[in-house]
Design a binder for this molecule. Structure first.
Ligand code: NIG
Ligand code: FE
Length: 432
């Protein structure tokens, strides 16, 4: 029993625990259970949840032990912080002109071919000082936190040379140190082949022989990700790069089957990758391969939306066949400029027909497993880090059904209030 509690929260109309008694990621029917407690309460000590249950249960357990801050949720919804397991959040500036070009009918790969897309951001990121890149990214992450995201994965991949990739990864590491968010770094030197790369496999060799060893030596990434796509990295190149990643003790991720089916999902399952991401063009064999593996399928409905496309990943089929599905924003300057997890959840529900409970679990507990943090975050359970968000709604299904406004009012990271909307009680509809 702690001598003092940092935090006691009670009065949650719905407390979504998103916990999975089996401890692994949720699949199938268990994805439909958000673990809702009515009149829920949580007690936190040293950043960790030490009691969770109904108000009566938690108050009895706390007894007369002093509490530093008591918080009445006033009937609002309380949830785990969102875990965004796929972003490219460190970049120069948005490419909103490409958004209009896509609406007018230009394809993603056409824009790439005329020097836009990733190439354009690479030119800008190479030219930017590390300090400016950090500062613009820091401001972005501060906004992301206000939406209730408490953990974010960030990929490099706008450098495509050793020096700039390391610059991006140092910025990513510093973001994690200076902001109240857990930041997970993935090295994605294999995001594209740079324009200056000479021979067909010269760049792949550079990634394998120089970049991955340097990234591993400096401890700057936990994962290596490859964009496995026609005209980008082949299946064979992807496998060679990921073999080097494994040899250096790094986890594996693949941008798989996004624009054309390449067998990326099958490769991810065969290599025991932590995740296969995008998957809008996954084949039935790919779905089966993921269903019988531990690889998490990270789906990115905000990208389909941002590309003005209708090609959503077949989430229903995946869930019904037993794939462990997670959701992410893919936040980046081009294809997916929305950094909002509630928006990704909303699009997942209305366009991929995920139920609100499935989407919430996919964006919390399963997303935590997609970044190798499932034992520590992603659900509200005794012993887990207290990453908790209070939403100014009565029913959690209002989060996806009422997109476009930020309903978060209090964001708690590791037991400390990281952001709070000023005077939200007096402006609230809840409880009136
Ligand atoms: O995940 N698919 C490849 N890469 C990114 C796009 C990044 C960008 O357009 O800048 C993605 O969508
Ligand atoms: Fe991506």
């Amino acid at each position: 029993m702690p001598r003092m509690y940092d935090f006691l929260l009670y009065g949650a109309g719905q407390l979504l625990t998103c916990s999975n008694p089996g401890k692994g990621p949720k699949r199938g029917k268990s994805l439909s259970d958000a673990g809702i407690l009515n009149d829920g309460a949580i007690a936190v000590s040293e950043g960790t949840i030490v009691e969770i249950g109904t108000r009566g249960e938690v108050e009895r357990a706390v007894g007369s032990t002093p509490v530093a801050r008591t918080f009445d949720a006033g009937g609002r919804v309380v949830m785990p912080g969102w875990v965004d397991p796929h972003t490219h959040a460190v970049f120069s500036r948005y490419r909103a002109d490409e958004y209009e070009a896509r609406i007018r009918g230009e394809g993603y790969l056409d824009i790439e071919r005329r020097g836009g897309g990733i190439k354009r951001t690479v030119r800008e990121v190479r030219a930017m000082s590390e300090e400016r890149l950090f500062e613009v990214s820091r401001r972005r992450l501060a906004k992301i936190l206000e939406g209730g995201t408490t953990t974010i994965e960030i990929k490099s991949g706008y450098g495509l040379d050793l020096e700039t990739e390391l610059k991006m990864l140092r910025v990513i590491a510093r973001l994690g140190k200076e902001l109240p968010l857990d930041v997970v770094a993935s090295f994605m030197g294999a995001h594209q082949k740079p324009q200056e790369s000479a021979g067909a496999d010269g760049y792949v060799r550079l990634v394998i022989d120089e970049m991955i060893p340097a990234v591993a030596r400096e401890g700057l990434a936990e994962f290596v990700d490859v964009f496995c796509e026609r005209g980008v990295f082949t299946l064979e190149e992807t496998e060679a790069i990921l073999a080097a990643a494994s040899a250096h003790g790094l986890g594996l991720k693949i941008h798989a089957d996004e624009i054309t089916p390449q067998g990326g999902a099958e490769l991810a399952a065969r290599l025991g990758a932590r995740s296969a991401e995008h998957l809008t063009k996954i084949s039935p064999a790919g779905v089966d391969a993921l269903a019988s593996s531990d690889t998490i399928a990270v789906l990115l409905p905000g990208t389909t939306f941002g590309l003005a496309s209708r090609d959503f990943a077949p989430a229903r089929e995946m869930i019904d066949r037993g794939v462990a599905v997670a959701l992410a924003t893919d936040f980046n300057p081009g294809s997916a400029p929305s950094c909002s997890m509630p928006f990704a959840v909303a699009v997942a529900c209305s366009q991929m027909r995920m139920t609100p409970a499935e989407a919430v679990n996919a964006a919390t507990i399963n997303a935590a497993f997609a970044v190798g943090r499932g034992g520590r975050i992603g659900s509200l359970e005794k012993g887990k880090q207290a990453d908790v968000v209070v939403y100014d709604v009565e029913d959690y299904r209002e989060i996806p059904s009422r997109p476009g406004a930020n309903h978060a009012v209090v964001v708690v990271k590791a037991g400390a209030v990281a952001w709070e909307r000023p005077a939200f009680e007096t402006a609230s509809e809840v409880g009136l």
